[in-house]
Design a protein around this ligand. Structure first.
Ligand SMILES: *Cc1c(COP(=O)(O)O)cnc(C)c1O
Length: 230
């Protein structure tokens, strides 16, 4: 069932790329495996899936220990400063940096572990009170502050769009983040790359791709409904 779901998601990604005149290689699909057992992840490995997303440090660490080391683990959930030390060596990308304090902690741990840590800045595009993330207005300043930290490498931007009935409602949200991403890239800030735009989930990944996403994070569409809030 999971491999069939993945095949369907893959088809829809290809179609969205085609509509947008983009090549399929420009978009990385992250299979969001949070709350799901290791056995479900293992079902996808023979087909070549290697990018998996988790939103909790402890769960990522547990799965990391049990699964092949060529898996690329993406930390997509909110990160507490006291958990940074556990994840710096295991995640290929931290999608959820939204404060200088957190970035400074990542820098400190990166230095200790001799690793330059790739991160995305999480932007709360719609300004929802319930969500983490820096505002659109404050993003460039935060990027500039983090740029000077030698063990943190900003790769791009991430957003979690509002939960909406019709994915078209999020098109403007994705468009705004894309515009900011291009604006910041144009400024060529030292030690900052703007190559990754992580946006789009099960309900809206096709619209996100049409608006320029380079990473989409799909959980339910691949693994089915989650039993508890993730
Ligand atoms: C859970 C989660 C997803 C996947 O959500 P689905 O709607 O199940 O595809 C994507 N991004 C983040 C940050 C998440 O926490």
């Amino acid at each position: 069932m999971i491999t069939e779901n993945l095949r369907q998601v893959e088809e829809r990604i290809c179609a969205a790329c085609e509509r947008a005149g983009r090549s399929r290689e420009e978009v990385t699909l992250i299979a969001v495996s949070k709350t799901k057992p290791v056995s479900m992840i293992q079902e996808l490995l023979p087909g070549g899936t290697r990018d998996f997303g988790e939103n909790k440090v402890q769960e990522l660490c547990e799965k990391y220990e049990l699964l092949p080391k060529d898996i690329r683990w993406h930390l997509i959930g909110h990160l507490q400063r006291n958990k940074v030390k556990y994840v710096v060596d295991k995640a290929c990308l931290i999608h959820s940096v939204d404060s200088l304090r957190l970035a400074e902690m990542i820098n400190q741990e990166g230095k200790k572990q001799a690793k330059v840590v790739p991160v995305l800045i999480e932007v709360n595009v719609a300004g929802e009170e319930s969500k983490f993330g820096v505002s659109l207005e404050d993003t460039e300043e935060l990027v500039r502050q983090i740029a000077v930290l030698p063990f943190v490498a900003v790769q791009g931007l991430m957003t979690i769009a509002p939960f909406v009935a019709d994915p078209e409602e999020n098109r403007a949200v994705f468009g705004k983040l894309k515009k900011l991403y291009v604006d910041i890239r144009t400024k060529s800030i030292d030690n900052v790359a703007m190559n990754v735009l992580s946006m789009g989930m099960t309900n809206d990944y096709e619209v996100a791709i049409e608006e320029g996403a380079t990473m989409v994070r799909v959980g339910t569409g691949i693994f089915g409904e989650r039993n508890y809030m993730g």
